[in-house]
Ligand binder design. Structure first.
Ligand SMILES: Cc1cc2nc3c(=O)[nH]c(=O)nc-3n(C[C@H](O)[C@H](O)[C@H](O)COP(=O)(O)O)c2cc1C
Length: 394
C-alpha cells in the first residue's frame, strides 16, 4: 500500500489486504481489510502509531523507507492485538533506539504475547491524558478500555486535531481511497458487520467513548482498519444509533430444518408477522454466515430461533447461532423458540439457558411433535400476537 499524507507531516503507512475473506477466523470480510498505521513527524521527534500484522513486513518497511524513515524515536502501541502490534519485535530490532510508548495494561499484554521481557527498559508507560512532545507536535493519550480490549487507548496529535482510535470506528473494508464516500452501501454494510462482531459486545463502552470523541472534537479520525474518517463522519451517528438502548421494530427469525416441519412453522410465523405489517427478516442458518447474522441482530427487538431437536438438544447450527447472539450481546428485548421433535426434547431449556444472560423476555415457546397442524398454527398465531403487542410500543 502506498503512503499517503493525511495532515501536515502525518502519514498513513499501513498495509491493505484486498483478498482477506475471513477476519479472526470468525467474520467473513467480503471487501477485504486494511491494517492502518500512521507516522507522525514532529520538528524534533518522529513517532510511529501502531504497526501491522507480521506477514506484511515487506510492504510496511517499504512504506517507512519511502518516507525516508531510517530512525524512529517512538513506537506508540494503542492496542496489543497481533494485527496491530505484530511487527513490534522486528521494528525494535531495526530501530534500536526507538522507545515503545503505551499504557500499563497494553505493556503487560505486549510483553506476554511477544515475549519482550528482555527489552522492557525500552517501554515508556503513559497514563490517561498524558502528553509527549515531538517538537512542534504533541501526542496526547486517552485510555479507552473495552472498545474492544482492556488495553485500548486513543492517541491524538493535538495541534492537528487528528485522533487515532485503533479498532474503534474501524471497518473491514479495503478502501480504494484514503477517505470514503459515507453513503457507499458497500462501505456501510461492512461498517455494520464490523460494529456487530467487534464493538456490539461492549455497547455501553461504545457510548462512553463516543462522548469522549465529542469532547476531543477531532477533525480527522484514523482507525486501524478501513478508511480514514473526515469529521463529522456518518459512522459516528450510526454508532450512536447501533449502540443505543432502543431497538427497532424488527423481528429476526433464524431457522434450520431437516425434514421441513420447523421450516413450515417458520413460514407460518413469518407470514403472520408480514400480514400484520411487522418488519421481519428470515434467515436460513445453513446458508447464513456470522457476518450477516451479526449485522441482522444489531437493531432487532425480537429474535426467534427455530430448530428441530437433534439428539435431545437444538440442531448444532442453532446452537452456533445462539452462542453468537449471546456473545455479541445485542439490545434484543424478546426471544422466542419454535421447532419440532419426535419423542423427547430439551431444546428449549438448552437455548433458554444459553441466552439467559441477555435478560430479554422469553416468549412462550412453540414445540410440537412432527409436522405442524391446527394447534401449532394457533400457538404460532398467539406468539405473533405477543410480538405485535410489544412491537406496538416501540
Ligand atoms: C439426527 C437426528 C436426531 C434426532 N434426535 C431427536 C431427539 O433427540 N429427540 C427427538 O424428539 N427427536 C429427534 N429427532 C427427530 C426430529 O427432531 C424430528 O424428526 C423433527 O420432526 C424434525 O423436524 P424438522 O422437520 O424441522 O427437521 C432426530 C432426528 C434426526 C435426523
Amino acid at each position: 500500500m502506498a503512503t499517503r499524507e493525511i495532515a501536515d507531516r502525518i502519514y498513513s503507512v499501513g498495509t491493505i489486504d484486498w483478498d482477506l475473506r475471513y477476519f479472526d477466523a470468525i467474520m467473513p470480510t467480503p471487501r477485504g481489510s486494511s491494517y492502518n498505521a500512521y507516522l507522525v513527524k514532529g520538528s524534533e521527534k518522529t513517532a510511529l502509531i501502531d504497526t501491522c500484522k507480521p506477514n506484511d513486513e515487506a510492504d510496511f518497511i517499504t512504506n517507512l523507507m519511502r518516507l525516508d524513515q531510517h530512525s524512529l524515536d517512538y513506537i506508540v502501541i494503542d492496542h496489543a492485538e497481533q494485527d496491530h502490534s505484530g511487527l513490534l519485535p522486528l521494528l525494535l530490532e531495526i530501530f534500536p533506539s526507538a522507545k515503545v510508548v503505551t499504557n500499563e495494561t497494553c505493556k503487560g499484554l505486549l510483553l506476554a504475547m511477544h515475549h519482550l521481557e528482555e527489552v522492557e527498559e525500552r517501554f515508556i508507560v503513559i497514563g490517561d491524558r498524558d502528553t509527549l512532545s515531538l517538537g512542534d507536535k504533541t501526542l496526547k493519550f486517552y485510555l479507552a478500555p473495552w472498545v474492544h480490549w482492556p488495553d485500548t487507548m486513543f492517541t491524538e496529535v493535538v495541534e492537528d486535531k487528528v485522533l487515532f482510535t485503533t479498532d474503534f470506528l474501524g471497518t473491514h473494508y479495503a478502501a480504494p481511497t484514503l477517505y470514503q464516500d459515507d453513503e457507499s452501501p458497500d462501505y456501510l454494510e461492512a461498517a455494520k458487520r464490523y460494529y456487530a462482531a467487534i464493538m456490539m459486545p461492549f455497547r455501553s463502552s461504545v457510548q462512553e467513548h463516543l462522548k469522549l470523541i465529542d469532547e476531543i472534537a477531532p477533525k480527522i479520525i484514523g482507525p486501524s482498519h478501513g478508511p480514514v474518517l473526515r469529521m463529522s463522519a456518518k459512522i459516528i451517528d450510526l454508532y450512536r444509533n447501533w449502540s443505543g438502548d432502543s431497538p427497532k421494530n424488527l423481528v429476526i427469525v433464524a431457522y434450520v430444518s431437516m425434514h421441513g416441519s420447523t421450516e413450515l412453522m417458520t413460514k407460518f410465523l413469518v407470514d403472520d408477522l408480514v400480514q400484520r405489517g411487522i418488519p421481519v427478516q428470515q434467515y436460513n442458518l445453513l446458508e447464513t454466515d456470522t457476518g450477516v447474522l451479526g449485522s441482522a441482530i444489531v437493531d432487532a427487538a425480537t429474535i426467534v430461533i427455530a430448530t428441530p431437536t437433534v439428539l435431545f438438544g437444538p440442531h448444532p447450527v442453532a446452537v452456533n447461532a445462539a452462542y453468537l447472539i449471546r456473545a455479541l450481546r445485542p439490545k434484543v428485548q424478546q426471544i422466542a423458540f419454535i421447532g419440532s421433535y419426535g419423542w423427547g426434547t430439551n431444546a428449549v431449556n438448552y437455548l433458554g439457558e444459553m441466552l439467559s444472560p441477555l435478560s430479554a423476555k422469553m416468549l412462550e415457546p412453540v414445540y410440537i411433535r412432527g409436522q405442524p397442524e391446527e394447534t401449532a398454527i394457533t400457538a404460532l398465531h398467539e406468539m405473533a400476537n405477543a410480538i405485535q403487542e410489544h412491537h406496538k410500543t416501540l
